[in-house]
Structure formats: structure tokens, C-alpha cells
Ligand binder design. Structure first.
Ligand SMILES: Nc1nc2c(ncn2[C@@H]2O[C@H](COP(=O)(O)OP(=O)(O)OP(=O)(O)O)[C@@H](O)[C@H]2O)c(=O)[nH]1
Length: 481
């Protein structure tokens, strides 16, 4: 997505500044101009960009910075702070409460992804133990009710709508009343898509809001909307009291800068982002880690959360012991590969690592990488316990290799390639532990299984040593064949 490019351009501007022997006004101005250009190219509204630059220049007064203080760091912090300020104007005051039926109304332009997002939002809360329900007050688009019904049924969430009633206010009120009686604690009202020029539809939206008295109105915005985002978002805000924004289609080739403009227009924070058409392609949005990623500063907390989700804690002690003794076995490799498979798209995962930009990923071969890792898992399934628990690649003689190839239905070249990969990782692991140095001992020991830690450490170190991601991609299955 282009947001990754934006991140890449901003990190590049910062790197250029870091290369300068001294940071003077000229270097600072050049850096800020590059950042402004990158933001404008990503469709962030001009006024926002110019206000941001003015603020940074006010905060960073080079003449006043005492010698000994790191000017680069101060500049980077100021940029990060200003971007966070745009993206996070404070949390919405709304919180769900057990025993209370809260109403959340979704509004937005046609096709922005409201209906899809309503179900994602309901499903997210359902998984967290809340009791959500969906009301389809979109009487404008034929098929909207069927879509909501289908999604809701899949997610096992109660829904309400009508094929015959054409008054959205009536449907919304009936639906909300029904689910209040059923003690649902989150009643989500989906409304028709509309455009700011459509005055009658805006009036209708206002009436639905007035009749249902939502505790929160969420403005759903397609990330590709671009420069129009500010005006559209502002029009919605003027008609109903928008309290939060959800940005959809962040997985596409959107410029994404519109998201920043929508936040500025509504003075409401982005609370979730949609990253695909499926129900679980929905992420909680947090401005600070997001900005840090944009600036190439990584997001350790996001990385830890992702890993905490997929790595069983009980796997840790045994591996810890083995690795302490320097035993990196095929079994450890297979489990690492499986864990990485569960984490999801490797680009997303790597972008949480400080210093890594998604832009550096080899383009277009995410599927290939996943397929390769899947192949490894299949091949390792055909290995004996002796082979899996050995850390001596020499035991893999010709007949064993042929047996693995036959058993897994792969060819000899693929088995050899996996062995080479194993040797490469084992070699790297023998001299790497960068990650542990970067993180507090307490955090690491609680969160990562050691094999994962080592792999991460490998990534970090490798990036430092080589100044590129080529070999790192190789290690994860995306490198040269
Ligand atoms: N790739 C991707 N597609 C999405 C995402 N969210 C929604 N979509 C797709 O966007 C299209 C429009 O989504 P809807 O949920 O129907 O949009 P809507 O805002 O309810 O549409 P109207 O009721 O006509 O205003 C559908 O094809 C969705 O599958 C997302 O995060 N990523």
C-alpha cells in the first residue's frame, strides 16, 4: 500500500538528515520539505501539512538546543509527536458497559465499506464476550439487507431488517427497540451510503440519528478517497456527531493520507482499520505505533502482541534449554516456520520491526513466500524424529533426502533448498542475539519463545550487517532460489 511508501519516503528523509555531519537550519529545512512532499503525495490535506511544519519548526529551535543534546533525535521526536497529534485527537468518550444497551451508528459514503465493517465490528466485540446485534437501516441499496444478513449469519450475530419497509428511521427504531429488549449490549445500526451533495439523504441520516440516539457515530472511510476526505468527513460531522473513524481497504493501493485528513476534519480518532474483505481482517488502530512504523521506528509492542497471539507459552522452556546449549534443530525450525505462518502476511509482520520498511519487501511474491514456507512444513512432516532432533546437517545423506522428497511429494531440489536454509539459519543463530539486547529481559522472557527470539535477533542483526533485506528474505523463504 502507498502508506508503506509514505513511511519509506519519511524514513528516507530522516536518514538523509542523519547522514549530514552537522544538523543546521538548511539540513532541517530540506528534511521537512521532503517529509511535506511525501505527505502531500499521499493525499494528506495541504493545510494539515503546512500546520504540521510550522509546529515542528516552532518546537525545534536549533539555536536553543544545548550542545550535547542529540538534535536528530529531537527533530525525529517532534515529527513523530506532530503526526500523532493529527492522528489521535483523543479517545472517544464512549465505552461499552455490561447491562447497558449501547447504540453505535455507522455512516459514510457509498461503497466505503460500512456494511462489511459493521459486521467486522460486531464480530470483534462478539469474540471479546460482548453481545452485539446488527440493524440494517440501509433501505437505499437493494441487496444491503441480504449482505448484512449473510455476514451476520456467518458470524452468528442476531440481525434485524426488512425487505418491504422503505423508511430507514422506522427500521432503525424497531431494530434498536427489539435488541434492547433482548439485552444486547452493543446495537449496531448500518445506514445507507451518501454523498455530501445529497441533501435529502443527509437529512434522513440526521433523522435516524435523532430517533436512535446513538452513543457513538462512526464515520467509515475508504482509504483511497484522497483529497476529498476532508470535505466529506466534515460534512458528515456537521450533520451527525461523529465520534470515531474507521478507515477501510488499507490493504489496497490506497494513498491513505486521506485518513489523516478525515481525522482532522472530524476531530475524532481512527479506532480500527479494515485490511481485507474478510471478517477478521480488522485491526485496532493505535496512532503512536502506527506513526512509529511510518517513521521506520518500528513497533515493538505490536510485534509482541502479534507473537503473544500465536505462540503457546508452554513451548518455551524446552526450547530455551536447547538453544542455551546451542542446539538449533529441524524441529525448532519447523515450529518457528509454523508460528510465522500463523502470524500472517510476512510484510505486515516485518513492518513491526524497528528499521524495517515494507517498501523493502520484494514486490508481489507474498504468496510465493507463504507457499515456500508451507512446502517446508510438508517436507519436515516427512522427517524422522532422529532427523528432526538433530543439529547436525551431516546426517542428511542422499538416501534420507530422497526419502523426504518421496514422502512429501516434493522434488530433490526443494529438499536441498530447505537444508540450505536450515544451515543458513543455524549459522546465523550461532552468533546473533541482537533482539535480546534491544528489549528488556523481563519482556522478552515472558513473551517470546527463544527460537522466535533468535530468529528475530537474526533479522535485526542481519539488517544491520548487510544494510539490506535480501538475505533476511532468503532466511524467511523469500530469497533467491
Ligand atoms: N479490500 C478490502 N475490501 C473491503 C474492505 N472493507 C470493505 N471492502 C469491500 O468494499 C466493497 C463495499 O463494501 P460494503 O460494505 O458493501 O460498502 P457500503 O459502504 O456498505 O456500501 P453502500 O451501502 O453502497 O454505501 C465490498 O466489496 C467489500 O467487500 C477492506 O478493508 N478491504
Amino acid at each position: 500500500m502507498v502508506l508503506a511508501q509514505l513511511g519509506g519516503s519519511i524514513s528516507l528523509a530522516l536518514q538523509q538528515m542523519n547522514k549530514a555531519t552537522t544538523v543546521d537550519q538548511k539540513v532541517l529545512n530540506e528534511c521537512l520539505n521532503d517529509i511535506a512532499r511525501a505527505l502531500l503525495q499521499a493525499d494528506v490535506q495541504f493545510k494539515l501539512v503546512s500546520d504540521m511544519l510550522t509546529n515542528i519548526k516552532r518546537i525545534v529551535n536549533l539555536d536553543d538546543i544545548p550542545t550535547g543534546l542529540d538534535k536528530r533525535k529531537i527533530i525525529q521526536q517532534a515529527i513523530s509527536k506532530e503526526l500523532c497529534k493529527i492522528l489521535d485527537p483523543g479517545k472517544p468518550s464512549f465505552t461499552l458497559m455490561k447491562g447497558k444497551s449501547s447504540v453505535v451508528m455507522f455512516v459514510g459514503l457509498q461503497g466505503s465499506g460500512k456494511t462489511t465493517t459493521c459486521t467486522k465490528y460486531a464480530y470483534y466485540h462478539h469474540k471479546k464476550g460482548w453481545k452485539p446485534a446488527l440493524v440494517c437501516a440501509d433501505t437505499f441499496r437493494a441487496g444491503a439487507f441480504d449482505q448484512l444478513k449473510q455476514n451476520a449469519t456467518k458470524a452468528k450475530i442476531p440481525f434485524y431488517g426488512s425487505y418491504t419497509e422503505s423508511d430507514p428511521v422506522r427500521i432503525a427504531v424497531e431494530g434498536v427497540e427489539r435488541f434492547k429488549k433482548e439485552n444486547c449490549d452493543l446495537i449496531i445500526v448500518d445506514t445507507s451510503g451518501r454523498h455530501k451533495q445529497e441533501a435529502a439523504l443527509f437529512e434522513e441520516m440526521r433523522q435516524v440519528s435523532e430517533a436512535t440516539k446513538p452513543d457513538l457515530v462512526i464515520f467509515v472511510m475508504d482509504s483511497s478517497i484522497g483529497q476529498a476526505a476532508f470535505d466529506q468527513a466534515q460534512a458528515f460531522k456537521q450533520s451527525v456527531s461523529v465520534g470515531a473513524v474507521i478507515v477501510t481497504k488499507m490493504d489496497g493501493h490506497a494513498k491513505g493520507g486521506g485518513a489523516l485528513s478525515a481525522v482532522a476534519a472530524t476531530k475524532s480518532p481512527v479506532i480500527f482499520i479494515g485490511t481485507g474483505e474478510h471478517m477478521n481482517e480488522f485491526e485496532v488502530f493505535d496512532a503512536k505505533p502506527f506513526v512509529n512504523r511510518l517513521l521506520g521506528m518500528g513497533d515493538w509492542s505490536g510485534l509482541m502482541d502479534k507473537i503473544r497471539e500465536v505462540v503457546p507459552i508452554d513451548q518455551q522452556p524446552e526450547y530455551h534449554e536447547k538453544l542455551k546449549e546451542g542446539k538449533f534443530t529441524f524441529r525448532i525450525m519447523i515450529e518457528s516456520v509454523q508460528n510465522i505462518l500463523q502470524i500472517g502476511p510476512i510484510g505486515q509482520f516485518l513492518s513491526t520491526i524497528p528499521g524495517f520498511s515494507e517498501e523493502l519487501m520484494p514486490k508481489g511474491n507474498e504468496k510465493e513466500i507463504q507457499a515456500k514456507r508451507q512446502r517446508y512444513v510438508t517436507m519436515m512432516d516427512s522427517m524422522t524424529n532422529e532427523e528432526l532432533d538433530s543439529c547436525d546437517p551431516k546426517i542428511m545423506n542422499e538416501s534420507r533426502i530422497m526419502r523426504i522428497a518421496r514422502g512429501s511429494g516434493r522434488n530433490l531440489r526443494e529438499v536441498m533448498e530447505m537444508l540450505e536454509e536450515y544451515k543458513r539459519i543455524a549459522k546465523m543463530l550461532s552468533n546473533m542475539s541482537a533482539l535480546t539486547r534491544n528489549m528488556s529481559a523481563q519482556a522478552t522472557s515472558n513473551v517470546f519463545p527463544p527460537q522466535m527470539l533468535k530468529l528475530m535477533g537474526g533479522l535485526q542483526n542481519l539488517m544491520k550487517q548487510m544494510g539490506s533485506t535480501k538475505d533476511m528474505m532468503g532466511m524467511l523463504g523469500g530469497g533467491k532460489k
